[in-house]
Design a protein around this ligand. Structure first.
Ligand SMILES: O=C(O)[C@H](O)[C@@H](O)[C@H](O)[C@H](O)COP(=O)(O)O
Length: 259
């Protein structure tokens, strides 16, 4: 039975540098706790502006890169070296500056670029290989999933009003008509996002003002980003800046750098 979700914790920083620094401290602490407990750290990343915001993690003390296992919350169905590929973006902005073993980074299998169903099945199978029997539950339990939020309130590749929001069974689904280009993508489904131990949105800049206000102050409108409620014991965080939270009434929390 699913319990009540905890209320989201909202951090709003006055500068991008502060946001990047706090996000780094947060991620490093989450990986430390996961590795201390289970000997590994499972992370899912999104595309957009997120990979760039991870730069504070690089060079941070206390990271055990060889224990990281990285997946994608969503991915565009293009070759891995394509400019639209989230993997390509993460490679350039993040992995290339770390020593995460290549075998611990899990891109889509490009053998199936022409068959979205096979592609989604294959990616789901990659998750099953990592999670089955370890964090045995109906859905995988990621230590951390990092998400962005689009101007229409979408997250990962879950778009407002789209039938994929109703998916309650699959771990990975595909979409052929994404309103944000490119149209073909695969995405983690809501139950997977909502079973993570921790989920953190990273959303900065004036362009997010109206959407953030709706997502946090009017969750009843049901935008995809408002539907992220990790249960039963998970926690949702928002790492934002003051430009993005200008219209948001939802209470901010003070960020205390973890010990
Ligand atoms: O691959 C994608 O398109 C993303 O995963 C998508 O969900 C993104 O995170 C948001 O659109 C926010 O993008 P920005 O951070 O660039 O605004």
């Amino acid at each position: 039975m699913l319990g009540q979700a905890h209320q989201p914790i909202l951090y709003s920083f006055s500068t991008t540098d502060q946001l990047v620094d706090a996000l780094a401290k947060f991620v490093v602490k989450v990986q430390k706790d996961a590795i201390d407990k289970k000997g590994r750290f499972t992370l899912a990343l999104s595309g957009g502006s997120l990979p760039k915001q991870l730069k504070g993690i690089v060079g941070h003390e206390g990271i055990k890169w060889d224990k990281w296992h990285v997946y994608y919350a969503d991915e565009r169905v293009v070759p891995l070296d394509h400019p639209d590929s989230n993997h390509n973006l993460c490679q350039t902005e993040f992995y290339s500056k770390t020593s995460i073993p290549a075998g611990n980074i899990h891109p889509i299998n490009t053998e199936y670029l022409d068959d979205l169903e096979e592609l989604a099945d294959d990616y789901e199978q990659q998750l099953i290989t990592q999670f089955a029997a370890k964090d045995s539950a109906r859905f995988p339990i990621f230590d951390l999933i990092l998400l962005g939020m689009g101007p229409d309130g979408h997250t990962a590749s879950l778009f407002p009003g789209h039938e994929l929001l109703q998916e309650g069974d699959r771990w990975i689904a595909y979409i052929e008509d994404s309103p944000k280009p490119p149209p073909k993508r695969i995405t983690m489904t809501l139950p997977v996002l909502n079973h993570a131990a921790k989920v953190a949105f990273v959303a900065a800049g004036e362009g997010k003002q109206d959407t953030l206000h709706t997502v946090l102050d009017k969750p009843e409108e049901g935008l995809p980003s408002s539907r992220i409620k990790p249960v039963p014991s998970g926690q949702l965080y928002w790492f934002t800046d003051d430009a993005a939270t200008k219209k948001t009434e939802y209470p901010r929390s003070e960020f205390h750098p973890p010990a």
